[in-house]
Ligand binder design. Structure first.
Ligand SMILES: C[S@@+](CC[C@H](N)C(=O)[O-])C[C@H]1O[C@@H](n2cnc3c(N)ncnc32)[C@H](O)[C@@H]1O
Length: 217
């Protein structure tokens, strides 16, 4: 009887720990930087008009980085910086850094202003130029990639980066559904789903969608 009680108490204790003890960083105490980023995102909520990702996709990118403790991130297609801000915010917690690439100078400059205003400029290196030539020059190992530029080049970006992607690293491609969905994106999805060294899931809720591929071997 006594040992049964002990067993039940043990189970109860485990359940209590699992449910009530905060394990993820979102439950940790907010830093000054968290408050600054949150303020920035709140103020800019309805001001993203440059093909930027929706907030829910930003949250998904953030969670992937935190959960996997990624540190070396690449973004292809900065625009004015909405996704980069979510990525860099997560990297500010893992101790990582983002390199983000943009072709259009006006958007590149606006993104830099946004990074500063959000307080995240130390976690982001912005590169102005054509990703077709800049991506092959990137050093590895890379553990997280967000691909959100020219859709007809996704497959080429992936082929170039896969060699430098660390084991358990992640390649995320945007616009696999919705208004911005293209035939080219579908070709990429068909291709990546056939790669036996990658495990891909599709996140297709809402108006956009992302493929999330982990390098498993
Ligand atoms: C969909 S937007 C990116 C949105 C951004 N990720 C965000 O959520 O804020 C795509 C961007 O990729 C850029 N782009 C397109 N082709 C490119 C290339 N070859 N090299 C670099 N940037 C490119 C475009 O100028 C555009 O700003």
């Amino acid at each position: 009887m006594k040992s049964q009680l002990k067993y039940i108490f043990g189970l109860f204790l485990m359940f209590h720990i699992m449910v009530f003890v905060p394990l993820d960083s979102s439950a940790q105490e907010k830093t000054e930087l968290d408050r600054k980023v949150e303020r920035f995102l709140e103020n800019h909520k309805y001001r993203w008009h440059d093909m930027n990702i929706p907030t829910k996709d930003g949250q998904i990118l953030y969670d992937i980085i935190i959960q996997n403790n990624y540190k070396n991130a690449i973004e292809i297609g900065t625009s004015t910086g909405h996704s980069a801000i979510w990525i860099a915010w997560a990297l500010s917690k893992t101790g990582g850094k983002l390199i983000t690439i943009e072709l259009n100078e006006t958007r590149y400059r606006k993104a830099q202003e946004n990074f500063k205003e959000a307080g995240l400029e130390d976690y982001i290196e912005s590169r102005l130029g054509d990703a077709h030539s800049l991506v092959p020059k990137l050093d590895g190992p890379i553990d997280f990639v967000f691909c959100d530029a020219d859709k007809d080049w996704y497959k080429n970006y992936f082929k170039e980066i896969r060699k430098k992607l660390a084991l358990n690293g992640c390649f995320v491609a945007h616009n696999i559904k919705g208004n911005t969905y293209r035939v080219e994106t579908k070709k990429f999805i068909d291709y990546i789903q056939k790669q036996s060294d990658f495990k891909t899931r599709l996140e297709v809720s809402g108006d956009t969608g992302m493929s999330i591929s982990y390098k498993i071997k």
